[in-house]
Design a protein around this ligand. Structure first.
Ligand SMILES: Cc1ncc(COP(=O)(O)O)c(C=O)c1O
Length: 402
């Protein structure tokens, strides 16, 4: 079932305004790598640089103390964006750190199954394999349905067997434009009382996300992609009602209080998953990025990004390219290839014209690559700052010299 779009796509004037506050848009660069690392708006730089200057002139601890309210406000902003409570958010360095923190905190017994899907990110696959080795769990890969998305009936079937430790799903795969029906999976895990971990690394910032509507218990995200925050930032959402069933796997004395020399107690809320030391400047930059997205309206970002990506897909198909994105619902990631020229060459030719794109790395989504027998694809990812002119210029380079 797809979302019904009620939000308006940004007008040309609004896109121009979004570009005007994005330094990377001023230099003639065409950035179609928002799924890799997006272009931050000026407010993100200001938050980071302002804090770095405070650290340099006041001292790192003193600057952090002065920024206490702003640091706390970041949790509230993230919580507002995903329909959570501030004490359900933990700061992490990136999405994999958040995902691993969540995954390894879920109790699993030998013989229990972890229900997973082919769109999992490479790092998650490594963790599944490691858990099978260390914990004796069985990896149960549910198939895709005829649209290429997770087969929800197959998830229901697995949950009916009552031996599932965790359901894991990647909301938007790294190398494909589809959006998995996370809320349908969440309805099932909720009814079964099984923890549901959602990898929302590629969806946060470009899709409206409400953790209660989705029904996930754990959600991992990164700052630098569609959120347009700094590199080296991320967060974990952990549902408060699940906290007592989770065991943080590598705590420090920030996540736990050393109440005696031989005893610790977890601190309240999701911050038990955090480490004490972190880049305060980057965390504040992430907060600025979230506030920026909220001020634009995540629904409108979703509508704009989705429509821009569909426009690009049509242009590619019209130009004879194959588009590889599956799913009933699609997002801002567009994957394509042509028999006429290897994707790496296409990427290099785009780079010569200052157009940023990436090619897919098989290790990043190995199960999906094997299932679909995918060649290396050109990945073009759009955002609200992407214009018609940029897409036309990109197509012109791609089709030139054939
Ligand atoms: C779906 C997905 N999950 C997780 C990650 C890992 O994110 P990070 O590099 O922030 O750890 C990525 C990165 O591309 C991704 O695409």
């Amino acid at each position: 079932m797809g979302d019904v779009f009620t939000a308006d796509v940004l007008t040309a004037e609004e896109v121009a305004a979004a570009r005007a506050v994005t330094p990377g848009c001023a230099s003639g660069l065409i950035h179609l790598n928002h799924a890799g690392s997006s272009l931050p708006p000026q407010v993100v730089l200001d938050a980071q640089i302002g804090h770095l200057e405070a650290e340099a002139t006041l001292g790192g601890y003193e600057a952090a103390a002065l920024a206490l309210d702003r640091r706390h406000a970041v949790y509230a902003s993230i919580a507002r964006m995903i329909g959570a409570e501030p004490n359900e958010i933990a700061r992490t360095e990136h999405a994999t750190a958040a995902w691993n923190t969540a995954f390894w905190s879920v109790p699993m017994s030998p013989g229990q199954r972890i229900v997973v899907h082919d769109h999992e990110y490479g790092a998650n696959i490594v963790a599944f394999l490691a858990a099978a080795e260390r914990r004796g769990v069985l990896i149960d890969r549910v198939p895709c349905d005829r649209f290429g998305q997770v087969d929800v009936d197959a998830v229901a079937d697995r949950l009916a067997r009552h031996d599932v430790a965790l359901v894991s799903l990647t909301h938007v795969p790294t190398n494909g434009g589809l959006v998995n029906p996370a809320a349908e999976v969440g309805a099932l895990t909720r009814a079964a009382g099984v923890p549901f971990l959602l990898d929302a690394c590629q969806s946060v910032g470009q899709r409206r996300i409400d953790v209660d509507e989705i029904g996930c218990d754990l959600l991992s995200a990164t700052g630098r992609k569609y959120l347009r925050g700094p590199r080296g930032t991320g967060f974990l959402y952990a549902r408060s009602s699940l906290l007592d069933r989770l065991v943080p796997s590598q705590p420090d004395h920030h996540g736990a209080n050393l109440v005696a020399g031989d005893r610790f107690e977890w601190i309240a809320g999701a911050r038990r998953f955090e480490y004490w030391e972190h880049s305060v400047a980057s965390w504040l930059g992430l907060g600025a990025a979230v506030d920026h997205a909220l001020s634009c309206g995540v629904e409108r970002i979703e509508a704009t990004v989705t429509s821009r990506a569909e426009q690009l897909r049509s242009m590619l198909v019209d130009a004879g390219f194959t588009v590889y994105d599956e799913g009933l619902e699609r997002c801002g990631i567009v994957t394509t290839a042509t028999a006429a020229e290897p994707s790496a060459r296409l990427q290099a030719r785009l780079a010569e014209h200052r157009i940023n794109a990436t090619t897919t790395a098989p290790d990043s989504s190995r199960w999906d690559v094997e299932r679909r027998n995918l060649p290396v694809l050109l990945r073009l990812s759009v955002h609200v700052t992407t214009t018609d002119d940029e897409l036309s210029a990109t197509l012109e380079v791609l089709t030139r010299g054939r």
